[in-house]
Design a protein around this ligand. Structure first.
Ligand code: NAD
Ligand code: UGA
Length: 448
């Protein structure tokens, strides 16, 4: 039917994005398809494969009405004329560009399936984050079937996990890049109509395809760069007696700098910042822009350094030996309000603590299933109850900024720990003086 929508890839991005489109465009049918049968079964069950505040309500309101989750990829391609591609684009682990370039095998496979199954003209929309000029490669694959017209648009997604539904409902901007041809303009107009159902038109930006592809990488690189910048200052604060939260507050009140993304901590995690900055580094190198590549690579190096510093400070505070000591990690998700542990700083820190022969117990309100998978084979305890996790611990490291942790009875936790009890608040969640008054030795990031 005209205007119906398919999305290939039912992951963190495809599921929530399409659920919101289905909610806001009840006249359109939305088909979310994936080759992963277990994931589709989960989307059709009570236990969705992704945890996001508000997601379940949206899915339950639309599922079976105009939102469908299916493994019938060919059927969705035939049924719909707007086809989003939201497959994963991880960092390549092999061959040319290993460790930097985006692995485009899933993306190309999706393009080939669209070309093979299409029964008419289609608008193909890049929702995945991709290197600049991927749309060219996409068009080349699609044109292996010249009997149909395929128009490739770029429509990158800017939502953040943990606030995905809110971000989708009230985006700062929606970006649509399209070819400057009659077919391109018509496709951009068709996609604009989808978003205009709930997004004010002045927030729907249209650009050429390459600007759109690059803007997504640039936005993530700028955000990651701010975190590495404030974390670089946190190291300087620790040796000079400055307080990084005070410095961030001063910076943030300058309207030219702004207050967001200035929270020092264990460094950025999540599936995208590292992969997208690495992809940008690779792109710069491909074009011979060595200094640009080195500049952005520094953002990643600083992030890795921050995690090493946290381990070094822990070892130092525990009298230069962790052997046999019990350390409780509070939080394993890469940020609060998600169960996602992809590239979580907690994993990098846990691995280094294990190298120091610490005994680890991990607690997290949402991420324990993923934590168990990430640390399979390691001698680590997992514990839902933070009070039990703290029992007999020499130290607690707060690694995720869960609001729940503020509400705990910290006097009770202190009593349960081995003395002297160390609390390393890597997210700077707590008032240090209050914890010290309870008896804790306290460390924080960027604090004297
Ligand atoms: P994901 O791994 O959660 O989901 C990708 C899905 O695509 C998987 O379920 C996989 O089975 C499926 N898939 C892969 N190849 C397929 C094929 N050929 N046919 C059918 N299904 C296929 O990944 P994600 O986190 O949703 O990210 C997807 C893209 O969106 C990435 O490019 C990412 O950079 C971008 N992105 C993600 C976020 C986020 O918050 N996670 C935000 C913005 C952009
Ligand atoms: C990020 C971007 O914010 C989204 O706009 C983008 O769409 C997405 O990546 C993507 O392309 O995947 P996300 O990774 O889900 O979203 O979450 P963020 O809120 O950006 O947090 C990323 C990491 O930075 C987390 O580990 C978080 O704890 C850390 N962070 C964030 C800080 O250490 N300090 C801050 O001030 C902000």
């Amino acid at each position: 039917m005209a205007g119906d929508i398919a999305c290939i890839g039912a992951g963190y991005i495809g599921g929530p994005t399409m659920a919101v489109i289905a909610k806001m465009c009840p006249e359109r049918q939305v088909w979310v398809v994936d080759c992963d049968e277990a994931k589709i079964a989960a989307w059709n069950s009570e236990e969705l494969p992704v945890y996001e505040p508000g997601l379940k309500e949206v899915v339950l309101a639309c599922r079976g009405r105009n939102l469908f989750f299916s493994t019938d990829i060919a059927g969705a391609i035939r049924r719909c004329d707007l086809i989003f591609v939201g497959v994963n684009t991880p960092t390549k682990t092999f061959g040319e560009g290993a460790g930097y370039a985006s692995d485009l095998q899933f993306w190309e496979a999706a393009a080939r399936t669209i070309a093979a199954e299409a029964n008419g003209d289609k608008v193909v929309i890049e929702k995945s984050t991709l290197p600049v000029r991927t749309a060219d490669a996409m068009a080349a694959v699609l044109h292996t079937h010249p009997e149909h017209t395929f128009t490739v648009l770029s429509n990158p997604e800017f939502l953040a996990e943990g606030s995905a539904i809110e971000d989708l409902l009230h985006p700062d901007r929606v970006l649509i890049g399209g070819p400057e041809t009659p077919a391109g303009r018509a496709a951009v107009a068709a996609l604009t109509e989808v978003y205009a159902a709930w997004v004010p038109r002045e927030r729907i930006l249209t650009t050429n395809v390459w600007s759109s592809e690059l803007s997504k990488l640039a936005a993530n690189a700028m955000l990651a760069q701010r975190i590495s910048s404030i974390n670089a200052f946190s190291a300087l604060c620790e040796v000079t007696g400055a307080d990084v939260d005070e410095v961030a507050n001063v910076l943030g009140m300058d309207r030219r700098i702004g207050p967001h993304f200035l929270k020092a901590g264990p460094g950025f995690g999540g599936s995208c910042f590292k992969k997208d900055v690495l992809s940008l580094v690779y792109l710069c190198r491909q074009f011979g822009l060595t200094e640009c590549a080195d500049y952005w690579e520094g953002v990643i190096r600083m992030n890795e350094r921050q995690q090493r510093r946290i381990v070094e400070r822990t070892v130092h505070a525990l009298f230069n030996t962790l052997s046999g000591k019990r350390l409780a990690l509070f939080g394993f998700a890469f940020k609060a309000n998600t169960g996602d542990t992809r590239e979580t700083p907690a994993l990098a820190i846990a691995r280094r603590l294990l190298e120091e022969r610490a005994q680890l117990v991990i607690t997290d309100p949402r991420a324990l299933p993923n934590a168990r998978r990430d640390l399979a084979g390691e001698a680590v305890d997992f514990c839902e109850d933070p009070y039990r996790a703290a029992e007999g611990a020499d130290a607690i490291l707060i690694l995720t900024e869960w609001a729940e942790y503020r509400a705990l009875d910290w006097a009770r936790i202190y009593r349960a720990m081995r003395k002297p009890a160390l609390l390393f608040d890597t997210r700077n969640l707590f008032d240090q003086a209050a914890l010290k008054a309870l008896g804790f030795r306290v460390l924080a990031v960027g604090k004297p």
